[in-house]
Ligand binder design. Sequence first.
Ligand SMILES: Cc1ncc(COP(=O)(O)O)c(C=O)c1O
Length: 386
Amino acid sequence: MSNFINDLVPAYISELAPYVPGRPIEEVERELNMHAIKLASNENPLGPSPRAIEAAQKALANSNRYPDGSGFYLREALSKKHAISADHIILGGGSTELIDLSGRIALVPGDCGVTSYGSFPLYHIAIRGTGARYFDVPMREYHFDLEAIAREMPEETKLIFLANPNNPTGTMFSADQLDAFLARIPENILVVLDEAYCDYVDDSNYSRSVEIVRSGRNLLVLRTFSKVYGLAGLRIGYGIGPAALLAEMNKIRGPFNTSGIAQAAGLAALDDSEHVRRSVESNRAGLTLLTSGLTRLGIKYVPSVANFLLVIFGTDTEPLVEALLQHAVIVRPMRWMGFPSAIRVTVGTHEENLKFLQALAEVQKAGVHKSAAHAHSLLGSNTSAI
Ligand SMILES: Cc1ncc(COP(=O)(O)O)c(C=O)c1O
């Protein structure tokens, strides 16, 4: 780095590893010169709700004007949906902006932010980017170990990030487990509960998060329009939390952090429960297809309640991801998220899921035919589902 940048940028930022997004489908198609399928970023394969597209197109015509910075209509609709007053709701340019804001609102150098190793990497960036200390606790059997976090977090902890379901493991903790955890966490610590994938979960003891906020607890719940609502490209998410906390966060967010187009699309998407139902149903069928296909191939996976699967192999998966890319299937290697011998595959459409399984079978076969050692290095020797 040039000297003046070295002098300018604090070490706690220059030492950070950048977030690695999934490869854009256009880039891969350009390189391979063929149509590719992207199962790499946990997006909705059915696309946005047609109503959201129509609303976005209408809003586009007003793009000469700044949007309503408070997102009044969308916050009103969310307030109704969650039975909580609108001053408990904050909008963000995706929930990732609110992850970043959570770090900025709660942490200064000398404080500590906590999460689990093997969770969403942006928590690490949001904590370290403030100059605060980062502390993580290992997962237990691919799950957040809430007990260990409560027991081991340093005294100077001011912020805790939890993802439920967790990305990339696809696992969840129950509402009862969260209650027990919160009972052990002092109120001066902000707990951020990221529920980006909540709509996919089919478990009656999954979450009472909004109820907890209503009760006055210091909890910030994050939701997004990027997943089941299919609006990842428009960048809109929201937080539900204590009104006094959100008032402070509003002071430091960009005044027009969500576009009028995104607000209008979000509002229309909320109304299209049929699209949400279809998306959840398609995901459920896709998970069943993928897990039974993987079992047939003798490949391990972590059972998922979300719209993606962590698939486990015997060794480093970079070569496997490259081999799948040659079949025009984009998945993510998971070394950078803490699981070097895993890939994460997003549930796609029926055809995409079949194509993934077929490509995987071909890569597996090619590996086996080339040499047993190579096959072993690509796909591992484990045969049972976990
Ligand atoms: C746990 C988790 N939180 C938040 C996000 C980002 O959501 P958004 O698109 O709303 O910024 C993701 C996206 O992959 C995620 O996995």
